[in-house]
Design a protein around this ligand. Structure first.
Ligand SMILES: *Cc1c(COP(=O)(O)O)cnc(C)c1O
Length: 370
């Protein structure tokens, strides 16, 4: 039996509904620069997250770059190396020094190792909610408050997640979200920042439009900004996709439940343990392949691939180990992350994946055990 299962699949809305949404762009002639679609998208996102300070950007990475810039930071930043390269790049691109700290069972920054890495140069914690799993926001923010550190979360993978009923957008000083095509929720490409201090709004408006400010005489340039504006077509896609998001999360939750039921009795396969205080977005389904399984994560990945099943080795490299960073003398205390990078495998999870596909995939994983 040979069956193709893709590792991910972008969520596309009903074509006609999208066409209807973009139709008015031909009337207004406005395709970008904070047009009516971007404004409508923003108000829908405020409604969804119940977080009043939000701003939209062309993509997540630009948003994260500008979030860090807006905090006027200098010195060292405590971060997790178990993430997509964007997190580390954004820190270094802002002239800051990453200090790589270890992860815990949630795949996220272990709050218990933060304090030993704090020096007089430490200015912030900038860390992801990896796989959409929230990091320990309460502990991290308590430590940050004690040491007067800023907290910026890379929530690129975490849109739609809630902790104790509160949207993940409402934690820390700033949270970045990505609406890239393969994220749980997409606007083709797109990014968002949510934040507490409403004075940041002015900065983001300047920074994402070259730093240009407008006045009675025309305009001036008040800051050295970039171009990171979301366009109207992106916003239209976001508007239409947002109405389908809860449905998509619901479908993925069912798949996650089926995975756990079928995988939890396979020795050597460890699934993530969901916590009752968290409403997950089920954006990813990470497993760990332990020695008991008999073959390695790499062999399992390869074997599944040979039978047409795509899985992703997220993350088989820590960001501090990529070519561009490996020779830098950054401080690292990452023993557990070094282990997890060799065990973690991300299984396909998307609304269109059928119960049969999930069962087939689990049978394959069971059958490959040695
Ligand atoms: C996707 C992602 C980003 C980058 O977002 P883009 O919208 O693609 O720029 C940053 N961090 C993490 C953890 C991501 O998964």
């Amino acid at each position: 039996m040979w069956k193709e299962i893709k590792p991910t699949k972008p969520v596309l809305p009903d074509k006609n509904i999208f066409m209807q949404e973009i139709d008015s762009i031909w009337d207004t002639g406005i395709m970008t620069n904070n047009g009516e679609k971007v404004q409508k998208f923003k108000s829908k996102l405020i409604e969804y997250t119940r977080c009043k300070n939000l701003d939209l950007f062309v993509n997540g990475h630009s948003a994260l770059l500008l979030a860090i810039k807006a905090m006027d930071l200098q010195g060292e930043v405590i971060t997790s190396p178990f993430t997509f390269i964007s997190t580390t790049n954004a820190i270094v691109q802002n002239g800051l020094i990453p200090v790589f700290a270890d992860i815990d069972d949630s795949y996220n920054l272990n709050p218990n190792v933060i304090e030993e890495l704090i020096t007089e140069k430490t200015c912030a914690v900038i860390t992801p909610h990896i796989f959409g799993i929230p990091c320990d926001v309460d502990k991290i923010e308590k430590i940050a408050k004690k040491h007067k550190l800023k907290v910026i979360y890379d929530g690129a993978q975490a849109f739609g997640t809630r902790v104790n009923g509160k949207d993940i957008a409402c934690f820390g000083d700033i949270v970045m979200f990505s609406f890239h095509a393969i994220k749980i929720f997409n606007s083709i490409e797109g990014g968002m920042l949510s934040y507490h201090d409403d004075r940041l709004q002015k900065k983001f408006e300047l920074y994402r439009n070259f730093g240009i400010s407008y006045n009675e005489l025309g305009s001036d340039v008040d800051a050295i900004g970039i171009n990171a504006k979301m366009n109207e077509f992106q916003a239209a896609m976001g508007i239409v996709n947002l109405s389908g998001l809860n449905d998509e999360i619901g479908k993925r939750k069912k798949i996650a439940e089926q995975y756990r039921e079928m995988l939890d009795d396979i020795p050597g396969i460890e699934t993530y343990k969901y916590r009752p205080e968290i409403e997950y977005n089920y954006a990813y389904f990470p497993i760990k392949v332990l020695p008991e399984y008999g073959i390695t994560r790499d062999d399992l990945w390869h074997g599944l691939k040979e039978t047409g099943i795509g899985t992703r080795k997220l993350y088989d490299k820590l960001t501090c180990d990529y070519n561009c960073y490996q020779n830098k003398k950054y401080i690292k205390k990452i023993g557990n992350a070094e282990k997890v990078k060799n065990m973690a495998l991300d299984l396909p999870i998307y609304g269109e994946l059928s119960e049969e596909d999930v069962a087939y995939l689990c049978q394959r994983i069971k059958g490959m055990r040695k």
